[in-house]
Design a binder for this molecule. Structure first.
Ligand SMILES: O=P(O)(O)OC[C@H]1O[C@H](O[C@H]2O[C@H](CO)[C@@H](O)[C@H](O)[C@H]2O)[C@H](O)[C@@H](O)[C@@H]1O
Length: 281
């Protein structure tokens, strides 16, 4: 335990964390480690194109990848962005990394370097063409649009924080009219295709990899379905360890986490400790 990390308050969470960690150490090959990207592996920054993964986390993942059964990044980012910002491609130890992008709609396998992705939904294309005018009509012309192909994110970081709340109802109506899902996050609301989330993505990968224990770490609302997936797996006899990368912006994951870490620096320190334990120098 480092000075920058702390176990969640409840004794139950602490003993679950200790038991899950012992299972991981005893059976690394049966372990799936899956992590969110923004706010967990990378610090939150104003410019989404500059949210690089913490180098200590990437280094630790490279070591863990040689002993754990499966490593995964499960992110709202398109796979290509996660690869560019993470520096994962071609890195030693990450030969079996899987990236599940856009909340599980896209998949990239390091093993063959291939990406599978669905076509852009027609509703997202329609949204893209009407959104600039719609934002002006709603007094939100300063909102920054991030078009991710399968989804469109509306960023309010650096703008009056009340705008996000004010936009919520109109965005809900817009999404319902187009048949899109709304994905709220840290100073962002996304509109994306229906029918998948990080929980579905994690459950499918856990089944595919035959994981006997699953570690998942995240920081934001979009990670809650993955938390629920780990809770579900526990009821089926699969070990589960939930990490929260905590922030002043979002506390929804704290009460459900086994270990609460003070943001991406503490996540990196936790991964380094696990790598030191599992892969001694
Ligand atoms: O699932 P994630 O990996 O956590 O991705 C969720 C969204 O993250 C990005 O936005 C967030 O990070 C930005 C960079 O630090 C920050 O500027 C923004 O305020 C945050 O909401 C990304 O831009 C989105 O596309 C992701 O879906």
């Amino acid at each position: 335990m480092t000075a920058s990390s702390r176990v969640a308050a409840s004794g139950e969470a602490a003993s679950r964390a200790a038991a899950a960690r012992a299972s991981v150490v005893a059976d690394p090959a049966g372990t799936l480690l899956a992590l969110d990207f923004d706010g967990t592996l990378s610090h939150i920054v104003d410019d989404p194109t500059r949210a690089y993964a913490h180098p200590d986390s990437v280094e630790a993942l490279g070591r863990l990848g040689s002993v754990l059964g499966q490593l995964a990044i499960i992110t709202g980012r398109p796979v290509r962005q996660a690869l560019d910002l993470g520096g994962f491609e071609g890195r030693a130890g990450l030969e079996r990394l899987v990236i599940l992008g856009q909340y599980g709609a896209e998949r990239w396998d390091a093993a063959d370097g291939r990406t599978s992705e669905p076509d852009r939904p027609a509703a997202v294309a329609e949204l893209a063409s009407t959104l600039p005018d719609w934002l002006v009509e709603h007094g939100a012309q300063d909102v920054r649009i991030e078009d991710k192909g399968l989804a469109i994110a509306l960023h309010t970081r650096g703008i009056d924080p009340r705008l996000l709340d004010e936009l919520r109802e109109p965005v809900d109506r817009l999404a319902a009219a187009l048949g899109l899902a709304v994905e709220p996050g840290r100073q962002v609301i996304e509109l994306r295709g229906l029918g998948h989330d990080k929980g579905d993505a994690l459950l499918a990968l856990a089944a595919e990899s035959g994981a006997r224990q699953v570690i998942f770490g995240g920081d934001d609302l979009g990670d809650l379905p993955a938390f629920a997936a780990v809770e579900q797996l526990r009821t089926q006899g699969v070990g589960g360890l939930l990490l929260c990368s905590a922030s002043a912006e979002q506390d929804a994951l704290v009460a459900r986490a086994d270990i609460v870490l003070d943001g991406p620096d503490a996540v990196a320190a936790w991964l380094q400790e696990l790598a030191d334990e599992l892969v001694p120098a």
